[in-house]
Design a protein around this ligand. Structure first.
Ligand code: E4P
Length: 218
């Protein structure tokens, strides 16, 4: 399983990228709004930091296929690594079909059932994004959805869409995504940092430092 980072904060992206773990970035309208900066400027900056797939979503208020196609072309023109993120709706599927026929990569977002993932893959989506955490929030085990989609996609040789586990909220979620067969997990920076740490690792580092210092000094 590869890692994307789920943020529009360029400092967080730079930090994670420097660790050598990133294969891409996902943003969404909420994450972009949180930064309060010009959308295209932020996306352009991200393409200069990470050499991998960068998802930029069509405007949250654009709901018709023609509008999404127009914006999708503009997002794709920012950089060859751009992926156009489109919500799972009938209009969204039409936009995915057109954009993918033009060779533009797409990420179908807000997936909550295996059927939605299958529809998106058949429309030509490069990526499908099932939202694990938001299902857990309503007491439905999100990792089961990832398992179902992974099983269905493996059943058909002509499906090439990759599964991005989204709405990842904890290190446990990341393990569940990997076990369930996700191709990618898009992980917030906070969770990446949580994944790095273990109390015994941190304790071990302090013990090594103290033992070394006691004999050799700094
Ligand atoms: C997916 O690409 C979304 O940006 C994101 O993972 C949503 O996560 P949330 O449910 O924590 O908002």
């Amino acid at each position: 399983m590869k890692f994307f980072i789920d943020t529009a904060n360029v400092d967080e992206i730079r930090e994670a990228n420097d660790m050598g773990i990133l294969a891409g970035v996902t943003t969404n309208p909420s994450l972009i709004a949180k930064e309060g900066r010009d959308y295209k400027t932020v996306l352009k900056e991200i393409t200069e930091i990470v050499d991998g797939a960068i998802s930029g979503e069509v405007k949250a208020t654009t709901t018709d296929a023609d509008g999404m196609i127009k914006e999708g072309r503009e997002i794709a023109a920012i950089h060859p690594n751009m992926v156009v993120k489109i919500p799972m709706t009938a209009e969204g599927l039409k936009a995915i079909r057109t954009l993918s026929s033009e060779g533009i990569k797409t990420n179908c977002t807000l997936i909550f059932t295996a059927n939605q993932a299958l529809l998106a893959a058949r429309a030509g989506a490069t990526y499908v994004s099932p939202f694990l955490g938001r299902l857990d929030d309503i007491s439905e085990p999100g990792f089961r959805l990832i398992e179902e989609i992974a099983t269905i996609f493996k059943n058909y040789d002509d499906i090439h869409a990759q599964i991005i586990s989204a709405s990842v909220r904890s290190p446990l979620h990341v393990e569940q995504c990997a076990l369930a067969g996700a191709d990618i997990a898009t992980v917030p920076y906070k969770v990446i940092k949580q994944m790095i740490h273990h109390p015994l690792t941190d304790e071990g580092i302090v013990k090594f430092q103290n033992d070394y210092r006691a004999v050799f000094g700094d």
